[in-house]
Design a protein around this ligand. Structure first.
Ligand code: ZN
Length: 457
C-alpha cells in the first residue's frame, strides 16, 4: 500500500467515514464507481451525509493493525459493531495466536452496509508469507476461522557482481540471498580456495530459482541453475544437471562434475612401486614412514595434476628434488616430487585443471631411480593417496553431453536475457525422463521487477 488513501462509496452514514478514516488504508465498494478522493474528513462527511443508503451494499476495506492495538480494537476502529468484532477476534484465536500479530498487518474486511447497520461478512490477512487466515460469517451469525498454507512460487533471478571484499559481501550488494552465495561456494569448494584464490576485482554470476510467497517474499533455500566465477580473468562456469533418476550435480563447461575425485594415478602408464605407510627406507635401510605413493615410470613421462587447483610451489625442494605442490581447496593439496623438469607455466598462483601436464618424471633429489613420489595432504597432513575419500563425480558423455552443450546455450541466453531485463524465451516441451540442463521454468515467466540487474560492464 502506498500511503493512506480511501475510496468511499457515496452511501453509508457520515459517522462511519469519520470513524473509519484513521485506520482505513483502502476501500472499494462493489456498487459505486471507484473514485479516489483527497478531501479532508469534514468534506467527506458532508459528501456522505448528502446521500442516504437505500439498499444493502458490499464494501471491501483494507485496514491496518495499529501499534499496541488488539485485533478486536482494530475492527472496532474500522466501525465494525462490537458484537462482530469480539466474535471475529475470538474465532481468530482458535487458529492463530493473537500474540504473534504484528503492527502494520493489513487486514481485508468484507462488510455489508444497510443504512446505519454494518455487518462484518468476512476478513482475511496473511500473518506469515505462506499463511493466509480467513474468517467468515456463518448463516447462524457465528464466525468461522480458517488458516491455510498459500502455494509457494518460484522466481528465477539473475545476478552478477564484482568481488571487492568477500564473496558474501558481493552477493549482498546485488541482493543475492546469503544461502545462494553459500551454495555457490560449496559448488566451487572442490577446486577453488575462496580465502586465497579469489581476489578483489574477480566476478561472480549466478542464475537461481528462489521459492517465494505469493507476495514475493523469499522463503527457504533457492537453487542455483548456473553460476560462473571469473577468477583472474578466467571464467569457470557451472551448470546444474538433473538426471533421469533424480540425481542432481553441477558440471563444468566440458561436462565434468565439480565433485571429481583426485586422479589416483597422476602419471601415464605407471605402476605403483611403493605404497604409503611404514617401510624400510631404500637408501638408509631403517624403518621409516613413507608419506606418499611411488610410481615407477620412464624418465620424461608426463605427470598430471590429480585435480584442478592452484600451483602453490614449483621449485627444487631438497630431498624432494624438483617439486610441485598444488592446492585444490582449503583442505586438500597434492605434491609431486623428483621431476626431471617442470611443465611450462608452473609458477605459484598458476591455475591448473585436472589432467593438465605439470611436469615430467625424473630422478632429482634423494631418489634411487626415475619415479614419481606423489603425496596427498588433507589439512596439511599426508594421507594415503589410495584411500583418501574424495567425492566421486560423473563425466557426461555421448548423447548426454550433446544435450548438456545445448542446454548451456539456453541457460546463458536466459541469464543474459534476465540481466538485460528482457523476457527470456520459454523452452518448448521437455521430456522429463531425459537428463537435462535445467530449462527455463515453463509454468511461470520471469518477473521483470524481480530481476536483479547489476554490473553490466
Ligand atoms: Zn616416495
Amino acid at each position: 500500500m502506498t500511503g493512506h488513501y480511501y475510496m468511499p462509496s457515496l452511501t453509508g452514514s457520515a459517522d462511519d467515514f469519520v470513524r473509519a478514516a484513521t485506520p482505513v488504508v483502502a476501500e472499494l465498494t462493489s456498487s459505486a464507481p471507484v473514485q479516489a478522493v483527497t478531501e479532508t474528513a469534514s468534506e467527506v462527511q458532508s459528501l456522505a451525509a448528502a446521500v442516504v443508503a437505500a439498499k444493502p451494499e458490499n464494501v471491501t476495506r483494507v485496514v491496518e493493525l495499529g501499534q499496541g492495538r488488539t485485533f478486536s480494537r482494530m475492527l472496532l476502529d474500522a466501525a465494525i459493531p462490537q458484537e462482530d468484532s469480539l466474535a471475529a477476534a475470538e474465532a481468530l484465536g482458535k487458529v492463530y495466536d493473537h500474540r504473534k500479530l504484528k503492527a502494520g498487518e493489513e487486514v481485508t474486511l468484507s462488510i455489508t452496509r444497510l443504512g446505519e447497520q454494518i455487518t462484518l461478512n468476512a476478513l482475511s490477512f496473511a500473518p506469515e508469507p505462506t499463511k493466509e487466515v480467513s474468517i467468515t460469517r456463518q448463516p447462524n451469525g457465528e464466525y468461522l476461522a480458517e488458516m491455510k498454507n498459500t502455494p509457494i512460487e518460484r522466481q528465477r533471478v539473475a545476478a552478477s557482481g564484482v568481488i571487492k571484499g568477500s564473496l558474501y559481501g558481493a552477493g549482498e550488494r546485488e541482493g543475492v540471498p546469503r544461502a545462494i552465495m553459500a551454495a555457490l561456494i560449496r559448488a566451487y569448494s572442490h577446486e577453488v580456495d575462496f580465502q586465497r584464490d579469489v581476489q578483489a576485482g574477480d566476478r561472480f554470476e549466478v542464475l537461481y530459482d528462489q521459492p517465494t510467497a505469493k507476495d514475493g517474499t523469499p522463503i527457504g533455500q533457492g537453487v542455483i541453475i548456473y553460476a560462473a566465477l571469473v577468477v583472474n580473468g578466467k571464467a569457470r562456469p557451472l551448470y546444474r544437471v538433473t538426471f533421469g533418476d533424480g540425481a542432481v550435480d553441477y558440471f563444468d563447461e566440458r561436462g565434468r562434475s565439480v565433485k571429481r575425485a583426485l586422479l589416483r594415478t597422476p602419471v601415464e602408464g605407471a605402476r605403483m612401486t611403493s605404497k604409503f605407510g611404514m617401510r624400510i627406507h631404500p637408501l638408509f635401510g631403517y624403518s621409516k614412514m613413507h608419506k606418499g605413493a611411488d610410481f615407477g615410470a620412464p624418465m620424461g613421462t608426463p605427470i598430471y595434476a590429480a585435480g584442478s587447483g592452484v600451483v602453490e610451489m614449483a621449485q627444487f625442494n631438497g630431498a624432494y628434488g624438483r617439486y610441485v605442490r598444488l592446492r585444490h581447496n582449503n583442505r586438500t593439496q597434492t605434491a609431486y616430487a623428483h621431476m626431471s623438469r617442470f611443465a611450462k607455466g608452473m609458477y605459484p598462483g598458476a591455475r591448473v585443471n585436472q589432467g593438465d601436464v605439470i611436469g615430467f618424471v625424473g630422478n632429482s633429489g634423494r631418489s634411487t631411480g626415475p619415479h614419481l613420489h606423489y603425496e596427498v595432504m588433507v589439512d596439511r597432513r599426508q594421507v594415503n593417496p589410495m584411500s583418501v575419500s574424495m567425492p566421486v563425480g560423473r563425466v557426461l558423455e555421448g548423447k548426454t553431453l550433446a544435450q548438456f552443450k545445448q542446454g548451456q546455450n539456453k541457460i546463458k541466453q536466459e541469464f543474459h536475457g534476465l540481466l538485460d531485463k528482457k523476457t527470456a524465451t520459454p523452452d518448448g516441451a521437455q521430456d522429463d525422463t531425459q537428463d537435462k540442463v535445467e530449462a527455463p521454468l515453463p509454468e511461470r515467466q520471469p518477473d521483470n521487477k524481480a530481476v536483479k540487474v547489476a554490473n553490466k560492464s
